[in-house]
Each structure stands twice: as C-alpha cells, then as structure tokens.
Design a protein around this ligand. Structure first.
Ligand SMILES: [Zn+2]
Length: 141
C-alpha cells in the first residue's frame, strides 16, 4: 500500500490550467513567447530526457550556454503560469512544421533561418551584430 500523501495548499492557484497551443486562432493576445532555442532546450532536456551534456551537444552549444537557455525557458514558463498567460513559440519567419535550420543570438534572442547553416560557420547576428551566435537545428514536428 502506498503512503498517503499529506495535503498541499496552494496560496494562489494559476488561472490557466490548459494551454490552447493547438488553437489556430488563439483568443489570448497577451502571451509569453518562447524562442525556438528555448523550446528546443526544453524538448531535449525534459521531453526526450537527455542529460545536460548531450542536450548541449545536440544544440552545438557549451553547457553553460545550454543552461542559460534552459533557465530562460523555465523563467518564461513560470511567468506564464503565475500570470495566467498563453505560451507560444516564435522566432523569425520560422515554420516549425517544416523543421528549422539556422542560428540564434544569445545577446538579443534573434533567431533566423539559414539553409547553409553549419556548426563551424562564423556568423554575426543580423540584428545586433553580436558574435555570440549558436547553431540551431530542429526536426520537423
Ligand atoms: Zn543579436
């Protein structure tokens, strides 16, 4: 027989108990936007359950960088829960259903598609010209 769990009290329950992410016409205009990189970090670490090292390698970033991206995703999702906001994934003109290959910028969160994107290519962010750019590729949904 399993141990009985003690009652837990939540002082301020979230207003949103579901995420209408499947909806084509979301009713909530006020939403929290996750970048493709943040979405990918969550997927690798918490959905596929890779460890941090493998997750970082998958995105071709260092572990501290991966950790930073994941932290940002956690902060945004926590904010969405607390403030009862919808969550959406955004990023340039990216069609997630077709998959994505390109780069993301650690400095300004800009993400852009590039058919010729590769790990070794040195590129600057088109938005802020930062060199802190990481290679980003994900499978089609
Ligand atoms: Zn940038």
């Amino acid at each position: 027989m399993g141990r009985q769990t003690s009652k837990r009290y939540v002082k301020s329950p979230p207003r949103n108990f579901y995420f209408p992410s499947e909806s084509d016409e979301p009713l909530i205009e006020d939403f929290i936007g996750l970048t493709v990189a943040e979405f990918e970090a969550m997927r690798l670490k918490h959905y596929i359950s890779l460890n941090q090292k493998d997750s970082a390698e998958n995105m071709s970033v260092s572990q501290p960088t991966f950790s930073r991206i994941l932290d940002k995703a956690h902060q945004k999702i926590t904010k969405a829960f607390i403030e009862g906001k919808d969550i959406r994934v955004y990023g340039g003109n990216i069609d997630l259903k077709k998959g994505f290959k390109g780069y993301g910028c650690l400095n300004c969160d800009e993400e852009w598609e590039d058919e010729l994107a590769a790990k070794e290519r040195k590129v600057n962010c088109p938005n802020c010209n930062s060199k802190k750019v990481y290679y980003l590729v994900r499978e089609p949904l």
